[in-house]
Design a protein around this ligand. Structure first.
Ligand code: PMP
Length: 353
């Protein structure tokens, strides 16, 4: 009796501890991971209850229905789409399908922190090409390096700078990259782009059989915790990638949350517009304080290190979580207006100097 009570109370403690350690949906200080500041939409929350009720059941063996749903939404063939545990899972799937240990993978410096880790996991050699002082890619140098590599990564918008390369430059770059080098066109933040800045990704995958466009539900869709990402490319390459699709690897929550999100497209678009306008407001305020930020088109701003201003130290005692880089730069995710005010307060000592 005593023993059972002890076990019960232990189990209870586990849950209490775990739940109290979960991140809060709304936290104006959490600006280091480029998460969405909004909690899940009501429609998505209530839809998720359906998969909780059948948690004893496996999801589909391979995520055929999610694949078809996304393909239909995009306007591509179902067999052109692969699904992953976040964009992260998709990228690892690509590396698993097209690389061998020792191959080279070209990326910029700095880039999304994941890329050097993914290269290491796939036993690839990372080749880095530095961004210029405004955070732009040297696409000429990248195309050159791609000639001796298996994979080359272009993020558009880029992380951490938020910058975008013009469509014509991307086009020229793709023309130059050999067809047996796979181009990962990482569009994790594409939904934040104004329509005039979007690439015609469907047309690109039609014309370039070596391009994989990678996207995620973690950012604009605000579902980072559910781990849903996808890639799309030419059918022949997609067939190779689909062979690496992990059996039972995508939970039913992914399918349900994506369907509910597509049904709530208007509300999502409104949130995306709010985040984009908050970014414009923060950049405008920074400019008026004399603080330079790169031409950001995603849900974050990037202040390059300039040697003089110790950005990281300004945030040290504010409680704000931001991402800082070895080169002295910081990247700050766009949150709500309260977050923006806290960021501006942290930077105020610089403005009055
Ligand atoms: N690509 C880029 C450029 C990113 O910034 C991120 C997340 N920070 C990812 C991919 C991976 O996102 P996820 O695995 O959550 O989809």
């Amino acid at each position: 009796m005593g023993a059972r009570n002890t076990r019960t109370s232990h189990a209870h403690n586990h849950l209490t501890e775990v739940v109290s350690a979960l991140p809060h949906a709304v936290n104006p200080l959490a600006l280091s991971l480029n998460e969405n500041p909004f909690p899940p939409l009501p429609g998505v929350r209530s839809a998720l209850a359906h998969c909780v009720d059948a948690a004893n059941r496996y999801p589909e063996f391979l995520p055929e229905r999610l694949r078809a749903l996304i393909a239909d939404h995009l306007g591509v063939q179902t067999e052109q789409v692969v699904i992953g545990s976040g964009a992260t899972g998709v990228i690892m799937q690509v590396l698993g399908a097209v690389t061998s240990p020792g191959d080279r993978m070209v990326m910029t410096l700095p880039t999304f922190d994941g890329y050097p880790i993914f290269a290491q996991m796939a036993r690839l050699t990372s080749v880095t090409v530095a961004l210029d002082e405004h955070g732009h890619h040297d696409l000429e140098a990248m195309a050159e390096a791609a000639g001796r590599a298996r994979v080359v990564v272009v993020c558009r918008p880029h992380n951490p700078t938020g910058t975008i390369e013009p469509a014509a430059d991307i086009e020229r770059f793709l023309q130059r990259v050999p067809q047996d080098t796979v181009v990962l066109l990482d569009e994790a933040y594409v939904e934040f782009l104004a329509p005039e800045h979007r690439l015609d990704a469907l047309e690109l995958v039609r014309r370039f059989p070596n391009v994989v466009v990678v996207r995620t539900f973690s950012k604009a869709y605000g579902l980072a915790g559910l781990r849903i990402g996808y890639g799309f490319c030419a059918p022949a390459l997609a067939r190779r990638l689909w062979t690496m699709q992990l059996p039972f690897g995508v939970g039913a929550s992914g399918l349900v949350a994506v369907a509910a999100s597509y049904d709530a497209e208007c509300q999502l678009q409104q949130r995306i517009r709010m985040i984009a306008s908050e970014r414009r407001y923060l950049r405008m305020r920074l400019r008026s304080m004399g603080v330079y930020s790169t031409d950001g088109h995603a849900n974050f701003v990037y202040l390059p290190g300039n040697g003089g201003h110790p950005w990281r130290e300004l945030f040290a005692d504010t409680g704000l979580q931001i991402r800082d880089y070895a080169n002295g730069a910081v990247r700050i995710t766009i949150g709500n207006r309260q977050s923006t005010r806290a960021v501006l307060r942290a930077l105020a000592p610089i403005a009055t100097r």
